[in-house]
Design a protein around this ligand. Sequence first.
Ligand SMILES: Nc1ncnc2c1ncn2[C@@H]1O[C@H](COP(=O)(O)OP(=O)(O)OP(=O)(O)O)[C@@H](O)[C@H]1O
Length: 295
Amino acid sequence: MLSITNLTHIYANGTRALDDVSLEIPRGMFGLLGPNGAGKSTLMRTIATLQSPSSGSIKFGELDVIKEPEMLRRTLGYLPQDFGVYPRVSAYDMLDHMAILKGISSGKERKDTVETLLNQVNLWNVRKKAIAGFSGGMRQRFGIAQALIGNPQLIIVDEPTAGLDPEERNRFLNLLAEIGENVVIILSTHIVEDVADLCPRMAVLAGGRIQLEGAPQDLIGSLKGRVWRTAIEKAELEDYRQRYEVISTRLFAGRTLIHVLSDTSPGAAFEPVSGNLEDVYFSTLSASRRVPAAA
Ligand SMILES: Nc1ncnc2c1ncn2[C@@H]1O[C@H](COP(=O)(O)OP(=O)(O)OP(=O)(O)O)[C@@H](O)[C@H]1O
């Protein structure tokens, strides 16, 4: 179990990227959803001990993560948003090198580890090719392989499916789901379906604060009977926004489909729809925008 308590991070320029964040994250996949600038990467980097928070605490089991970062790193797998550079080294050699850095000094053990991981992420056939020439999906699978070196108990993946085609995305998410049963995996993303498909628990972060937390099914259940749909002209949208709590809009066959949150029917033109996680997410974001951020 990962326990985050009253975590705040203020950057040198005064940006309050995390504002009193508290979360209990159990074993399994945990989805952290939030829009751009919500503070997700700041939270992920802080848990991964790449930066220290301004205040607050993080515990992984009994381990005090902020006081003993090296201890956490031994049991951490981290897939950052972007590695930045992709070396012209083969996947095999790069993993072998990273395994040395992770402290696997025995050649035999390293060979076993690297071979098992390359098979697990389905890169065995291209193990001798340079990572620089890999597609986005292959790079992400390589990223997972390196994150899994040394059987980590805590795995952090930061926006892993952005830019993947649907097939690669599925393959990647299935891989995560397989490893996710016995360890803590935090999946940070702005893609709602990634969380809906995979995560038994989730939270929404916006403006540096946790806006909502729970099991996706329960959160969807809480919207029952409160989501309404109608089709309007694009030009009418502003007017509808003024009059109703519009939680999402989508173009459909030249019209604009809107979802509105309301305890009772907003009018004859509206039909009830069963809410989904996107409705949960967008209604949470629209509610968070109405609350002024802390100074
Ligand atoms: N090094 C930094 N110095 C100052 N401000 C920063 C720094 N890094 C991030 N921020 C700011 O902190 C806030 C949170 O950024 P963060 O990258 O954690 O969000 P995010 O949810 O990961 O967003 P994205 O999805 O765009 O990556 C933003 O307002 C961002 O501009």
